[in-house]
Design a binder for this molecule. Structure first.
Ligand SMILES: [Zn+2]
Length: 309
């Protein structure tokens, strides 16, 4: 894994509606690495970035968002044991936007591990998935499925995002993915606040996943990224794409899928600063805010991740 690249990405200032520096960084990186390693990169008027490498009827696609909630300013990235933290110019601890720059890094690593792969990096996720909602539909015509990396910590898998189902319970997509997720310790199924796959599922009929990528204390000044967990996300992504292959796994919008959930699904609950403590919920339960999360970080997570309008 290219740790230097991870540090470089974490150091790029970017926030919602002001992702230009990240767009420039990504375009420069991909062009420098060359078409053979990284394919072709384009960006659109929303600051979304799209990369396509190889030639195949249906592309596996990985995704992340390039905006953060952190202020737009330079951050020094410091490695402390196995974690990366951010310091500002005054030497104060500051957020590094691991949410979701860690996910962006995972996508770039996976880009170089496959001959046929697509990468979608969305702008302005944090203010309501603006980039994903406006991304050009034509770009997704040959996308077979999407794996997004925008869950905190390790081991988390989104069952739903803002109540939107990401895959059919009894479909081939999850039947193929589930054993791989299990092997890679991605076993904590959650109903998550929104991220881009929610918006994509509302627009397109492919199956999606959203997985942990190693960031902690998201949206806070003491945010940090655990290198080992980022690497685990890259390895899980590689194994998933190898298993799922270059093919299409449709899940039509509004498709009736009455099969019971395959897994125990929990709400996202956070105890203390960074510990994630899943709470068991009943099968088929409607996604509701966790009653015990009043005033907790989980509640703030939900608030800050939902559009206010
Ligand atoms: Zn995020």
């Amino acid at each position: 894994m290219n740790l230097d690249l991870l540090k470089q990405i974490l150091a790029v200032p970017t926030c919602s509606r002001q992702e230009q520096r990240m767009v420039e960084f990504l375009v420069e990186h991909v062009r420098q690495r060359g078409v053979d390693r990284c394919g072709e990169i384009i960006s659109d008027e929303w600051n979304n970035v799209f990369i396509r490498k190889g030639r195949v009827e249906h592309f596996p696609c990985v995704a992340a968002h390039i905006d953060t909630v952190q202020p737009l300013r330079c951050v020094e990235i410091i490695q402390k044991d196995g974690s990366l933290i951010g310091m500002d110019k005054q030497g104060q601890r500051t957020g590094i936007g691991g949410d979701d720059k860690a996910g962006v890094f995972v996508c770039l690593e996976l880009l170089e591990r496959f001959e046929n792969i697509a990468v979608a990096l969305f702008a302005s996720e944090e203010i309501g998935c603006i980039g994903a909602k406006h991304a050009p539909a034509t770009w997704f015509e040959d996308v077979g499925y999407i794996i997004e990396f925008d869950c905190p910590g390790r081991g988390l898998v989104s069952y739903t995002s803002s109540g939107e189902r990401l895959f059919a319970n009894d479909g081939e997509f999850i039947q193929t993915a589930a054993p791989v997720l299990q092997v890679h310790g991605l076993t904590r199924w959650q109903r998550h606040p929104f991220t881009d796959v929610m918006a994509l599922r509302q627009r397109f009929d492919f199956s999606c996943l959203n997985l942990s990528c190693g960031y902690h204390n998201w949206h806070r000044s003491d945010e940090y990224v655990v290198v080992e967990e980022v690497e685990a996300a890259v390895n899980a992504g590689e194994a998933l794409i190898s298993a799922l292959g270059s093919r299409s796994y449709p899940f039509a919008p509004g498709a009736s899928d009455l099969a019971a959930p395959l897994y125990e699904v929990t709400g996202l609950q956070v105890n203390g600063i960074s510990e994630l403590q899943p709470e068991i919920s009943q099968p088929n339960q409607e996604p509701v805010p966790n009653p015990q999360s009043q005033g907790s970080h989980a509640n703030r997570y939900a608030q800050t991740n939902h559009p206010t309008t």
